[in-house]
Structure formats: C-alpha cells, structure tokens
Design a protein. Structure first.
Length: 348
C-alpha cells in the first residue's frame, strides 16, 4: 500500500537560506566600516582577498590566530545581551597576534546556531565589526551555520580567525634578558576566561544574572559581560617607539602560565602582587569562591590583561606613553635568572 508524501524543503528541515541572506544584507554596512588598506574584496565571495603590500608591508611574514569566547556566551545568551561578545571574540584573537609583533590585518568569524535569528546574529556580528574597528583590522568574511538539532533553542557558538603581518626579522619576543622590566596593563574585568568557575560561584551564592552584582551597581549578568580590552593600538605604538622586548596576553592560565611563554629558556620572573589593586570582581570571586591565591592567579587575569617586557632604559618612557594613551600601567616585576614565575606580596 502506498502512502502519499508531500514534497520536503530545506526550510521545513530547519534551515532557512533566506534568513541567512537577510543577515548578510544587514551586516554589510557594519563590515564596510572596518575597511582598511589592503582589502581587495568584501563579503559575498568564496574567499576573502587581502594584499599585504597594499597595507604597507615590504617583506611580510603572516601570523594567524584563532579563538572563541568560551562559556561567557552562556551568560550572554541567558541575559539576551549579545552586542558585546563580538568584541570579546576579536580581542581574544588580535591581542594574541600583537604579542608576536604583528599588526592585525583582517578577521573572519564563524557563527553557528540551531535556528538562525537574524536580529540576534546581526547584533553579534555588529559587535565583531566594532572590535575590528577598534583593532584596525578589516572584517572581510565569515560563515553562518544553521544546524538544526545541534544546538538548544536560542543557543549559538562563536569562533574567530585573525591574520596579521610583520616585517621579516621583527618578531617578538626579542632581546629579553635578566633585568628587563615587566609592566602590567590593567584589564577591564574578567575578559573571556574562567567563566565556568564564575558561573559555579554565582550558582553557589544563589545569584541569577538579574540580581544586583555584589561588586557593581547593576545586574550581575551585565557586569560580567564587560568586554575584553583591546590592546592592539597601544602595543603597536610601543613597538614603533622601541624598547618592547616581549608581550604576553593574560588569558586562561593567568600570569602563572602565560608570562613564561615569552621568556627564553633559563629565565623567569619575579612579580610583586602588591603593585596593583585587585579589581572588585576578582575580590568578590576570591571571597565567595574561597579561592586560594594560586587558583586566582592561574584561572583569571587578576586585573592584568597584558604584560609587557621592556628594556630597562626604555621602561619609564614607555610607561608614560602608555599611560598617556589611556592604559592603566603598573610596574609589576622584572625578568630574573632561573625559570618560573615567583610571586612576592599578596593580591589586595
């Protein structure tokens, strides 16, 4: 016995191509405002084209980085505040690039969801464009993946891909030696690491995202979504000024694991934990989560989002220039003989 079957469509299976096209139309102006020298083609092609020589490079070495936002996205989705996680996405990639001595040139994003909501996706991508504009790199491509059955209702995930360039022979780290001065640049809060622990602390304290934050005059969710600080422009200026020997983006692993990545074999660092004041969000996490100092320093940035290693004779001048550019600058230690990071004092 035969049963009549109606024709199936991709839309009935859960994928709406027209919604994706509508999203591309909406985000076009946001991407266009990130255009910079070197861009050869915008959105819509099978690939994105960029000419490093048109961007001013003579003998460029390309540098690439990729990252995501992690479980900070859970808070953004739950609160509906999705307009800043795109900045986080860009920052997590380009802050790494500039640590190599590279200037970020262009960025591509990957947005994946179960059912595409063009309005939500547009807010996210517009945030990505804002991050790109702040970093001076072009948003020249990306992918929107609608995958029914792979994500819960309203959920989405993000990944980012940044490409930068530097002139051959100018890579960091370079010239790091015992006695080099270590500067710490202030973070804008948690940035995009440690949120699985943050969510656990909030749960144990009985706080939802709409509750008043114990460390901030406003809702907890919005306070925790403060975007990752972009350090690209001040670091490029420091490179141009001379004296910058190394830079370490303080992400997962904290000072404890990220600073040694830019130190030569046999060298370590002494860090004075009393050289800066622990921001309120970290003080709350430490107290509410009963976190040991070692845990705080290894999981979070603890108020220092970027570390710079500076030639001693240039440290004072570069610190002044960075301060004048709006960075919170702290002299937090020096490079020493012997591997590892050694701490003195305590976070307060």
């Amino acid at each position: 016995m035969s049963t009549e079957k109606t024709p199936l469509t991709y839309a009935e299976a859960g994928v709406d191509i027209s919604a994706g096209n509508a999203l591309i139309d909406r985000i076009g102006p946001a991407a266009a405002r990130t255009a910079r020298p070197g861009v050869m083609a915008g959105l819509g092609g099978f690939g994105a084209l960029f000419d490093p020589k048109a961007a001013g490079f003579v003998d460029p070495v390309l540098v690439a980085a990729t990252d995501g936002v992690g479980t900070k996205l859970r808070i953004a989705i739950d609160t509906g505040i999705v307009d800043t996680v795109g900045i986080d996405l860009v920052a997590m990639c380009v802050n790494d690039l500039v640590c190599q001595g590279a200037e970020p040139l262009f960025f591509l994003d990957y947005f994946a969801t179960g059912k595409l909501d063009p309005a939500t996706a547009a807010q996210v991508v517009e945030g990505i464009a804002e991050g790109c504009a702040q970093a001076g790199c072009a948003l020249i491509g990306g992918e929107t993946a609608e995958m029914p059955g792979m994500y819960g209702a309203g959920d989405f995930d993000l990944a980012g891909f940044a490409v930068g360039a530097m002139e051959r022979g100018t890579a960091l780290p370079a010239g790091v030696a015992a006695g080099s001065v270590i500067l710490g640049l202030s973070s804008d809060g948690l940035h995009s690491n440690g949120f699985s622990l943050v969510r656990r602390v909030a749960e144990r304290e009985g706080l939802d995202w709409g509750a008043t934050a114990p460390f901030f005059d406003g809702p907890l969710g919005s306070a925790l979504l403060t975007p990752t600080r972009l350090y690209v422009r001040p670091l490029l200026a420091a490179l141009q000024a001379g004296g910058l020997q190394a830079a370490a983006h303080i992400t997962g692993g904290g000072l404890t694991e990220n600073l040694p990545r830019v130190l030569p074999d046999g060298l370590g660092a002494e860090i004075d934990l009393g050289a800066w004041t622990l921001p309120p969000v970290f003080a709350w996490l430490s107290e509410a989560g009963r976190l040991e100092q070692a845990e705080l320093l290894k999981t979070f940035n603890a108020g220092i989002g970027m570390v710079l290693v500076i030639a001693p004779e240039r440290a004072e001048a570069l610190a002044a220039e960075l301060s004048a550019a709006g960075e919170g600058v702290h002299v937090i230690g020096q490079v020493t003989e012997g591997a590892g990071v050694r701490y003195s004092g305590s976070l307060a």
